[in-house]
Design a protein around this ligand. Structure first.
Ligand SMILES: NC(=O)C1=CN([C@@H]2O[C@H](COP(=O)(O)OP(=O)(O)OC[C@H]3O[C@@H](n4cnc5c(N)ncnc54)[C@H](O)[C@@H]3O)[C@@H](O)[C@H]2O)[C@@H](O)CC1
Ligand SMILES: Nc1ncnc2c1ncn2[C@@H]1O[C@H](COP(=O)(O)OP(=O)(O)O)[C@@H](O)[C@H]1O
Ligand SMILES: [K+]
Length: 504
């Protein structure tokens, strides 16, 4: 299953192509797209409500075509017998489609009101203030309306994009911006990245895509997609009977600095539960020689350790000592599959030479920065990274010639050629220390079994999030979920995926 995500520029191109294709033959009048958007959104609104409600529906309609969609919804729902109130922020030069929608709504039973003071009892808010045409932070009455919706306990259905959110980046348009926090978003012509990463995850709610019948027009290849098992299913393989531990790869975690031994152990446990044949912690400082809960893990002094021929997960609990730096440069100059996380990323950020050598690494490389680590590598602030997660992940992938997992809500997986996937599994239960170490260990196991970096990063990110979702569904979170619980849940998710792939 392909889940393409389109930039605003691509959606505009699709819209133009669809308009000329769908406009009645030989006419130059409005295309039926807005009608279709209104019909699709009205149907979806009734689905969200579970049928025609007795309560009032409040429709917020802006000055542009997003407002036109909202006016179509108002007309449709009122014509079906719903009690509809409309707050319309009229523009100076509405498009012909929007003018037509306004006339339809005015001719319907919908009630036009000038403010929302009387609407506290409504059962649904439809947000049609701004869509992909948003050009600046919300201000004045539009801002006041959005702030008012934040106090509503009823469902909020955003049309196309929650007003105030940047559809390309998933950030609230600022400075000091506000955006609708929708429970549901129906998005038109194609799905958009901003609905699935950063703030977008909180503002969009459940996302429903309707292509408005414009199939076959999506000719411009999307360079972003939603992560899904179909993207890495080709690498999922059941175990062969005639196999042994050597078949499933050696993973060595370069970590274990004094006081941070736990990070390396978490990465090692994740590697073990993801199916690595043998797992080592190569410790930069003297520390525990055993994980009593997981005695399968072998502990070695990193100084004398043979990293060659093994997949190295560098960084979890590695510290920034001279010894750690020396060992990191040694594995970067090697040729085996490599995961670079945490302290190892900070050392690369501090040393252009190390970063250049990482970019020249001979084997597969996945780096797993959180936004601050990415910011250090790019020489910017974490806020700059978060303002455009897709572009910053792409930039980092190109600079370091590596597959990047930019972590956080809606993790961005980026490839040096600009291809990007957004991960939709996972939940804020993962916002706790050690979960990143688990992700790094999981990536290491997949690389160690010969997976290409792109597929390993996609699968690990998907499984890590799915494991957290499984734990939350079972009551272990989101509050108080611990990183140590993830490896077993990852094991369950991975085995289920492999079993599904074997049946497909
Ligand atoms: N044109 C078409 O064929 C279709 C358009 N559709 C809808 O049209 C939307 C895009 O319409 P538009 O391009 O008109 O854009 P919008 O309706 O998103 O908003 C653009 C209007 O708002 C103004 N504006 C932008 N930011 C503002 C701010 N912060 N404060 C005040 N005013 C601001 C702009 O100057 C412009 O007048 C899509 O998101 C979608 O909902 C759909 O009906 C599908 C078909
Ligand atoms: N709010 C969230 N929603 C989804 N995933 C999250 C959220 N917060 C954190 N995560 C995930 O949890 C992990 C945290 O990693 P990281 O910040 O490196 O933590 P640590 O260094 O403590 O292990 C990443 O995989 C990240 O994507
Ligand atoms: K909207």
């Amino acid at each position: 299953m392909d889940n393409p995500l389109y930039s605003v520029a691509q959606i505009r191109a699709i819209e133009q192509a669809a308009q000329s294709q769908l406009r009645p033959l030989g006419t130059s009048g409005p295309s039926p797209l807005m009608r279709r958007a209104g019909e699709a959104a009205s149907t979806y609104a009734l689905e969200v409500l579970g049928g025609l409600p007795t309560g009032r529906i409040l429709v917020l309609a802006g000055p542009g075509n997003n407002g036109g969609d909202a006016l179509e919804v108002a007309a449709n729902l009122a014509n079906l017998g719903a009690n509809v109130d409309v707050v319309h922020l009229a523009g100076t030069a509405p498009s012909p489609e929007t003018g037509h929608a306004l006339a339809r709504a005015q001719a319907s039973r919908a009630r036009f009101v000038s403010d929302v003071a009387d609407c506290n009892g409504c059962c649904l808010v439809v947000d049609g203030l701004f869509g992909i045409g948003l050009a600046r932070p919300l201000a004045g009455q539009a801002r006041a309306l959005v702030e008012w919706t934040h106090g509503m306990a009823c469902p909020v259905l955003a049309l196309d994009v929650p007003s105030g959110l940047d559809a390309d980046t998933g950030s609230v348009v600022g400075p000091d911006g506000v955006a609708v926090r929708a429970t549901h978003t129906i998005t038109f012509l194609g799905d958009k990245p901003g609905l699935h990463t950063g703030d977008g995850c909180d503002h969009a709610g459940r996302v429903h895509v309707n292509r408005l019948g414009a199939h076959g027009l999506h000719t411009e290849a999307a360079h972003a997609r939603l992560n899904a098992p179909a993207l890495f299913a080709g690498c999922l393989a059941p175990r062969r009977n005639n196999s042994h531990k050597g078949t499933y790869g050696d993973v060595a975690v370069l970590g274990g600095a004094r006081g941070m031994a736990g990070a390396g152990i978490l990465a090692a446990r994740a590697a073990l539960y993801a199916g690595a044949g043998r797992v080592f912690v190569a410790a930069v400082d003297p520390g525990p020689g055993l994980d009593p809960l997981q005695p399968e893990i072998m502990f070695r002094d990193a100084a004398g350790f043979a990293f060659d021929g093994r997949t190295v997960v560098a960084g979890p609990g590695m510290g920034d000592s001279a010894g750690a730096t020396h060992l990191l440069s040694k594995v970067i100059d090697g040729t085996g599959p490599l995961v670079v996380d945490a302290d190892a990323l900070n050392l690369c950020a501090a040393s252009p030479d190390l970063a250049a050598r990482l970019a020249a690494h001979g084997g597969e490389v996945v780096i797993t920065p959180h936004p601050l680590e990415a910011a250090r590598l790019l020489g910017v602030t974490a806020a700059v990274v978060q303002a455009d997660r897709l572009e910053n992940a792409r930039e980092l992938a190109e600079r370091l010639d590596a597959v990047v997992v930019l972590k956080g809500a809606g993790s961005v997986i980026a490839r040096p050629d600009g291809e990007v996937a957004l991960n939709a599994t996972g939940n804020p239960g993962l916002a706790t220390g050690g979960t990143g170490d688990v992700l790094a260990g999981l990536v290491g196991t997949l690389l160690g079994q010969g997976w290409p970096a792109w597929e390993a990063a996609l699968a690990a990110t998907w499984l890590h999030g799915a494991a957290a979702d499984r734990l939350v569904a079972g009551g272990a979170g989101p509050i108080g979920l611990t990183a140590g619980e993830l490896p077993r849940a990852i094991r369950a998710e991975l085995n289920a995926l492999v079993a599904d792939a074997a049946l497909a």
